[in-house]
Design a protein around this ligand. Structure first.
Ligand SMILES: NC(=O)c1ccc[n+]([C@@H]2O[C@H](COP(=O)([O-])OP(=O)(O)OC[C@H]3O[C@@H](n4cnc5c(N)ncnc54)[C@H](OP(=O)(O)O)[C@@H]3O)[C@@H](O)[C@H]2O)c1
Length: 438
């Protein structure tokens, strides 16, 4: 909570000082832009869609004034505003904004399409289309999103889990409950690994239960969902999610004649809903059923800002894991980033070519630096926060060169593609299959 309030206060202070007559050379300006986007992302994740919307619009206003804004940044900004509006149930407006994002992306040459989050924009358009009951349009967006995602992240990424989730919800609306069950199971299977307590897993289970109507299986799904949402209550404020699940469990227990248990759960759900509504932070839902969908994360008072994971050229975390974290507003940092230089001498970046040189030393030679610096620069250029260490003070000066070295696009690609031909994991190997590169 604290860091969000600090950010908001700083944003307001800067805004007052600058009054939007911004000098883009001014560091304060960049801080303000980063803060507006960051505040909006955090608000969005906490279910405060109105706040998120306001801040995304401000961040957009700053971006539009900044000539250095890139096309992908502009498209992302349109799509983010759209997603906040979706939380406010304004589906028609969402489509207008996401169309703008897609127009910016498709105006770029095809060879640059991979630099845009086209999969995300299409998912963000399929949701409001489904809400407006344009199911064929929504499914077309999902199909296009899947084609893009498969090209960029491979066949079974986290993002394919998100599209399966969208298709599952559409199938429920269409009354095709077998298809709903199939899609939601796929959503669960793709989203569970690596993040078994994530909200998306609980939501897949919740809707899977809806597809099962009032069966014993539905009850099992809901109880599994409840164990996740309750686990998240203290750390993420998922009380609203728990209330939604409890209400559904109460419906089933009522049918089964467990009237006392049903009454207890229903009362708890209603009490929680009333309390959340009193905060005045939830959006106005178009109907009584959707009122229960308004409370995701509403009591959450902290969200992870950064995740330090093993990351280097031999472990580039496939299946879209890194872009997925970024979509959640989580920065990604590395550990064991220097592994290709010192821990895997058998790896291809260290193999000698005909002239007796290896890739890392050759690139380091071009820049008059060391293999360690090249790997740190590669991480920085991948927008991974490069965390390293040393027991030797003199190495600190060496590491610091990474801030001045910029790899050429060819050098950057060579490390990426040659590195990706080899798999090496230093940490937590016992928790992953030998060939698991996620
Ligand atoms: N979040 C987590 O789960 C997690 C897990 C592991 C590590 N970490 C943290 O991540 C940070 C980075 O640590 P890391 O081990 O992952 O870093 P790293 O950047 O992969 O490796 C740093 C090591 O590389 C060695 N090195 C540098 N140049 C060398 C050279 N020319 N020849 C031989 N060795 C050389 C350094 O040894 P010298 O000491 O001899 O300079 C240093 O110990 C640390 O703060 C660590 O605590 C976090």
């Amino acid at each position: 909570m604290h860091h969000i309030e600090v950010l908001q206060a700083r944003y307001h202070e800067l805004r007052r000082r600058n009054n939007l007559n911004i000098d883009i050379q001014d560091l304060a300006y960049h801080t303000m832009l980063a803060d507006a986007t960051c505040v909006a992302t955090i608000d969005h994740r906490r279910g405060r869609y109105q706040n998120a919307y306001t801040f995304f619009v401000r961040s957009m206003a700053i971006r539009e004034k900044d000539p250095s804004t890139t096309a992908p940044e502009l498209a992302d900004a349109y799509s983010a505003i759209g997603l906040a509006l979706f939380g406010l149930f304004q589906s028609c407006e969402v489509i207008v904004l996401v169309d703008k994002a897609l127009a910016v992306a498709y105006a770029a040459p095809p060879e640059l399409h991979h630099t845009f989050n086209i999969g995300r924009y299409l998912r963000n358009r399929s949701r409001p289309r489904a809400a407006l009951r344009d199911f064929s349009g929504a499914k077309q967006d999902v199909e296009d999103a899947d084609a893009f995602q498969t090209r960029i992240y491979g066949a079974n990424s986290h993002f394919h889990g998100e599209t399966a989730y969208i298709l599952g919800k559409i199938a429920i609306e269409e009354g095709d409950l077998d298809e709903a069950d199939r899609q939601l199971q796929r959503a669960y299977d793709l989203q569970y690994p690596g993040k078994p307590t994530h909200q998306s897993v609980a939501s897949a289970l919740y809707h899977q239960a809806r597809a099962q109507k009032y069966t014993e299986q539905a009850l099992l799904y809901l109880q599994q969902a409840l164990s996740i949402t309750q686990f998240n209550e203290s750390r993420r404020g998922d009380q609203g999610e728990s209330a939604r699940v409890k209400r559904k469990i109460a419906d089933i227990w009522e049918r089964q004649g467990r009237l006392a248990d049903a009454a207890t759960y229903r009362a708890a759900a209603l009490r929680e809903k009333a309390e959340l509504e009193r905060t005045g932070l939830h959006p106005k839902a178009p109907d009584a059923e959707q009122e229960w969908d308004c409370f995701s994360d509403l009591k959450g008072d902290h969200a992870p800002a950064i995740n330090q994971i093993e990351y280097h050229a031999y472990l580039q975390r496939v299946n879209g894991y890194v872009p997925w974290m970024r979509e959640q507003g989580i920065h990604v940092a590395s550990f064991k980033g220097l592994t290709p230089a010192f821990r895997a001498p058998e790896g291809p970046l260290r193999q000698k070519d005909d002239e007796g040189e290896n890739v890392l030393d050759r690139i380091a030679g071009h820049h008059g630096t060391t293999a360690a610096v090249v790997l740190l620069a590669w991480l920085i250029q991948r927008q991974i926060v490069a965390v390293t260490m040393t027991t030797k003070p003199e190495r600190l000066d060496e590491y610091a060169q990474a801030l001045k070295v910029t790899l050429t696009p060819d050098e950057f690609d060579e490390i990426t593609t040659v590195g990706a031909t080899y798999h090496f994991r230093m940490a937590w190997g016992e928790r992953f299959a030998d060939d698991d590169r996620s």
